[in-house]
Ligand binder design. Structure first.
Ligand SMILES: [Zn+2]
Length: 150
């Protein structure tokens, strides 16, 4: 499964900030030779000089910066606002790498709100853990094919 992400953070991390990696990655792509990039393009932390990596929620080192908390608060407010209202959740290609972030919460929201419908686009695994079979539409076709037909 291919995943794209635009943020780098310090590997340790020594500070609580993430950096937009778009330009760094573009520069790396332009300078690839024999599947390698020049060492000088390996991202270094601007604070400690150590290695940086893509900021993914895969271990205890995931950085939640001020913007993350701001967006989390907004999302919580949105969920309070739509509680028991008509709601359509669209879930695209969410697997089991970090199911606690989107997949399980979406099932829980659907389970708790009888006015909610979940559309799960997932060609590999559309299974559910909660009894929401009457409020889930499982789409097991390739997302790329579906989007191109829209
Ligand atoms: Zn650092």
């Amino acid at each position: 499964m291919q995943q794209t992400h635009k943020d780098f953070g310090c590997f340790i991390p020594c500070h609580n900030k993430i950096y937009d990696a778009t330009n760094m990655v573009k520069e790396m792509i332009k300078n690839i030779t024999d599947c390698k990039i020049p060492t000088k393009l390996v991202p270094k932390c601007p604070v400690c000089g150590g290695e940086m990596e893509v900021n993914l929620r895969k271990d205890a080192y995931f950085v939640q910066d001020d913007n993350w908390y701001k967006q989390d608060k907004k999302y919580g407010e949105f969920l309070d606002e739509v509680k028991n209202k008509r709601l359509l959740l669209l879930e695209f290609g969410v697997g089991f790498n970090t199911p606690g972030i989107i997949r399980f919460p979406f099932e829980q929201i659907t389970y708790q709100n009888e006015n909610c419908t979940l559309i799960r686009f997932n060609k590999d695994n559309c299974m559910t853990f909660l009894d929401i079979e009457n409020r889930i539409l499982k789409v097991e076709d390739d997302i790329k094919d579906i989007v191109s037909k829209l």
